[in-house]
Design a protein around this ligand. Structure first.
Ligand code: NDP
Length: 447
């Protein structure tokens, strides 16, 4: 079995040189899924996993735009249409200078399994550009989005491919993208999710990834007779996922003691309460400021420039910033400081060494493809509301999100429970996600 896994990884490495993030994501899935395939004959034909690791289509395109002073800039845009076996491609757009083919292929690959776990009919995709919205004026961001959409509109559609937000793509960018699609195509359809409320967005979509992450952590803790009340929580990031993870933690009685951005982290041992979180939301969403500014207003806190928050003693850790932001040494520090639960809000924030240490230590660890699936699940609910031309209330969407997260947890337990009762959520999520896509691919022939 080890040999089959190694042969498969070697093949992926050979086919995708210089794509370390993509190889990392495929390797994690292969280690869980290949042993399962070997025990289940029906999945041994037709090179299922090999086909899943090859995008159905990759589009790369030039995105020229003009800044406020009239200078022309050229960025590179991408859309990875990874797998459409169980529904139209679905997955976010990331605007960040680090964006490249490897990162988007890893995200698209993860998305296939995540979307399958939601039980909704969505295939997997991802896209974006190496554009940095930071420091740009609203008009510059608008011109960039319009130029990006000139190309993207050729390949998306409400029954084909429905992008959403991700790092650097929030409500402002989705609005500009949607507006230009409508102008180019002369049609008002749900081709993007994460839209504003006034033009087809769903209630709870902005909150969904963070809320869902906390619902998943609650489910994990329940398996050990514990809950979040009174527990200290370390969060990284201060963007969409981090903010709403923090909001839900406060609602259920937890104490948030850190948040961060790419400059460093703030540590407030007295707790980031509702008023302090509102300050952070205004700082990041409206004033587009830096997390370091928190300590100018709240003297109870300290700022740690260029550092990550994983050395802070806590019960629960929620990495909500970006990939590979928590390494093996930091995982050891968390565990030895008494952390019992890690739930990934970001995609692949923990390195393979960190994941291995958490599982080896038998603490609760949720991979992002399960714990952050609430965002895309609610995007699926936004698509349903758009098709019906109808809006559910916040309570209706939140209760659907809550039960989807419970179902994802159940699926992980079903496929991830070891003989000693320990639940390996990485194994569980990968196998549960694989089964539905594999069944659909088998039914549809070699395509
Ligand atoms: P945002 O752009 O809203 O926030 C990203 C946060 O992460 C910011 O605080 C940012 O800091 C920080 N960050 C970004 N890059 C780095 C880096 N290299 N090192 C340290 N910190 C960094 O993005 P989201 O909150 O939407 O996304 C966060 C993560 O969650 C991503 O992995 C994304 O793929 C994942 N995710 C998002 C979903 C969603 O619905 N939005 C759904 C599922 C997963 P700074 O401001 O300094 O850049």
């Amino acid at each position: 079995m080890e040999k089959n896994i190694q042969d498969f990884i070697d093949l992926i490495k050979k086919k995708n040189p210089n794509e370390p993030e993509f190889i990392q994501a495929v390797e994690e899935v292969a280690e869980a899924v290949i042993p399962f395939i070997e025990e289940n004959k029906q999945y041994q034909s037709d090179k299922l996993l090999e086909r899943m690791a090859e995008p159905e289509r990759v589009t790369m395109f030039r995105v020229p735009w003009t800044d406020d002073s009239g200078e022309v800039h050229v960025n590179r845009g991408y859309r990875i249409q990874m797998n459409s076996a169980i529904g139209p491609y679905k997955g976010g757009l990331r605007f960040h200078p680090s964006v490249n083919l490897s990162i988007l292929k890893f995200l698209a690959f993860e998305q296939v399994f995540k979307n399958s776990l939601t039980t909704l009919p969505m295939g997997g995709g991802k896209g974006g550009a190496d554009f940095n919205p930071k420091g740009k004026t609203d008009r510059e961001v608008m011109r960039f989005c319009q130029s990006f959409m000139v190309e993207l509109q050729r390949i998306i559609g409400s029954d084909t491919d429905i992008p959403a937000g991700d790092i650097g793509v929030g409500g402002r960018e989705i609005g500009y993208l949607f507006g230009y699609y409508k102008k180019l195509r002369n049609e008002f359809t749900g081709i993007l999710t994460g839209k504003g409320r006034s033009y087809g967005g769903s209630l709870i979509r902005p909150e969904a990834t963070g809320y869902g992450n906390v619902y998943f952590a609650q489910n994990m803790l329940k398996t050990r007779g514990q809950d979040i009340k009174g527990k200290k929580v370390v969060i990284s990031g201060s963007g969409n996922v981090a903010q709403f993870s923090a909001e839900k933690i406060l609602q259920v009685g937890g104490i948030v003691i850190t948040m961060s951005d790419s400059g460093g982290y703030i540590h407030d041992e007295q707790g980031i309460d509702e008023a302090k979180l509102a300050f952070i939301m205004d700082l990041k969403n409206n004033r587009r400021g830096r997390i370091s500014e928190y300590v100018d207003t709240y003297s109870s806190a300290t700022y740690h420039e260029g550092e990550r928050p994983w050395s802070v003693k806590c019960d629960i850790a929620l990495p909500c910033a970006t990939q590979n932001e928590l390494d093996g040494d930091e995982a050891k520090a968390l565990v030895s400081n008494g952390c019992i639960c890690i739930s990934e809000g970001a995609n692949m924030p923990c390195t393979p060494e960190a994941v291995e240490h958490f599982i080896h230590s038998k603490i609760l660890f949720a991979p992002g493809k399960a714990s952050n699936a609430g965002g895309v699940a609610t995007s699926g609910l936004e698509m349903s509301q758009n098709s019906m031309r109808y809006s559910w209330t916040a309570e209706e969407v939140d209760s659907k999100l809550y039960s989807i997260m419970n179902d994802i947890h159940e699926a992980c337990v079903t496929y991830g429970k070891d003989s000693d009762g320990f639940v390996d959520y990485v194994k569980g999520a990968n196998i549960a996600g694989f089964v539905k896509v594999a069944d659909a691919m088998l039914a549809q022939g070699i395509v």
